[in-house]
Write a protein that binds this ligand. Structure first.
Ligand code: HEM
Ligand SMILES: *[C@@H]1O[C@H](CO)[C@@H](O)[C@H](O)[C@H]1NC(C)=O
Ligand SMILES: *[C@@H]1O[C@H](CO)[C@@H](O)[C@H](O)[C@H]1NC(C)=O
Length: 322
């Protein structure tokens, strides 16, 4: 005889459904453009290859754009919209202004894609593919990108200001901001490994190198050279000390050595809940687990509330609503 359907069963089903609605969407699929734009993936990859040869940091910049897109009302290309006289979008929000970069590369990919299959592929999907390719080109893991996202016709500066974590955040703030997007503390720690590539401005780590105590003193001294106590706010330093143009597990070695550049990096290894995971990712063979957790977390992040079906639009120009 079948077990009776109890309230307990219902709660289990409802909680599974709730989890799925945040972290996955059955309407996205890896073969979404197979018929309508069969060369899409090779067009994105070849354009990204050129961009990363021109400037390796571009792989990092595009990865960050995707994070900032997905954390603000889902992965809907909203970060790509330019401000106009009558529209204030996300580019001029605090976390993006004079900081987010790589928009020209997305424009180039979009125009190459349009030349081959016009009016078909969303800017949101182009960004998802380009972020993956940037990681691969810098030596990181690959993953299958589910496709079928559509582009937002709006953007939200206030959501960009409130929902993208600040580099001055503590661990509890980071975990709750990631949890609000359906991402676990493990996802947070794996995704923060993106800081194995790219650069940060002095203004975001000045307080850390001059005022914090959980920092390797010789690392602090060396970072002060190009980040003076007064001024120099836009001067750059690599987020990871050894191989900032290579996607590897050295970020976690930095954290274990108290050489995290941002406050929000070092909180992942400062006597809290993520210490063990950071230590395991930092081990000689820890890169394997990091790569597979990073790839899985990128898929989850890429599934944050996409627009699908007839919602949104396929933008002709990633910078403007049709
Ligand atoms: C955990 C919370 C996070 C905080 C507080 C944070 C904060 C920052 C800050 C302040 C910068 C430097 C920006 C500048 O100086 O202009 C940066 C750079 C970067 N972030 Fe994050 N980030 C976080 C998570 C992530 C995630 C989840 C990813 C991607 C999966 C990511 C990818 C990057 C990359 C690749 C760069 C370098 C960009 C470049 O060189 O252009 N970050 N982040
Ligand atoms: C798309 O391409 C088709 C065929 O080449 C052309 O007829 C059409 O005008 C193009 N549409 C746009 C919006 O460029
Ligand atoms: C260090 O902390 C002091 C006291 O909170 C503050 O006034 C100062 O601006 C901080 N220094 C930097 C470089 O942030």
């Amino acid at each position: 005889m079948a077990a009776p359907f109890t309230t307990h069963h219902l709660l289990v089903i409802l909680s599974v459904l709730a989890a799925c609605s945040i972290v996955s969407n059955a309407q996205l699929s890896s073969n979404f453009y197979d018929k309508t734009c069969p060369n899409l993936q090779s067009i994105v990859l070849s354009t990204m290859k050129q961009a990363v040869i021109n400037e390796p940091r571009m792989g990092a910049s595009i990865l960050r754009l995707f994070f900032h897109d997905c954390f603000v009302n889902g992965c809907d290309g909203s970060i790509l919209l330019d401000d106009t006289a009558t529209f204030t979008g996300e580019k001029s929000a605090g976390p993006n202004k004079n900081s987010a970069r790589g928009f020209n590369v997305i424009d180039t990919i979009k125009s190459n894609v349009e030349a081959s299959c016009n009016d078909t592929v969303s800017c949101a999907d182009i960004l998802a593919l380009a972020a993956r390719d940037g990681v691969v080109l810098l030596g990181g893991p690959s993953w299958t990108v589910a496709l079928g996202r559509r582009d937002a016709t709006t953007a939200s500066q206030s959501a960009a200001n409130n929902q993208i974590p600040s580099p001055f955040s503590d661990l509890s703030t980071l975990t709750s901001m990631f949890s609000a997007k359906g991402l676990t503390a493990r996802d947070l720690t794996a995704l923060s490994g993106a800081h194995t590539i790219g650069q940060a401005q002095c203004q975001f780590f000045k307080n850390r190198i001059y005022n914090e105590t959980n920092i390797d003193p010789s690392f602090a001294t060396s970072r002060k050279v190009n980040c003076p106590f007064t001024g120099g706010n836009t001067n750059l330093a690599p987020l990871e000390t050894l191989t900032p143009a290579r996607f590897d597990n050295n970020y976690y070695r930095d954290l274990v050595a108290k050489r995290g550049l941002l406050h929000s990096d070092q909180v992942l290894f400062n006597g809290g809940s993520q210490d063990g995971l950071v230590r395991s990712y930092s081990a000689n063979n820890g890169g394997v687990a990091f790569f597979s957790d990073f790839a899985a977390a990128m898929v989850k992040m890429g599934n944050i509330s996409p627009l699908t079906g007839s919602s949104g639009e396929i933008r002709k120009n990633c910078r403007v609503v049709n």
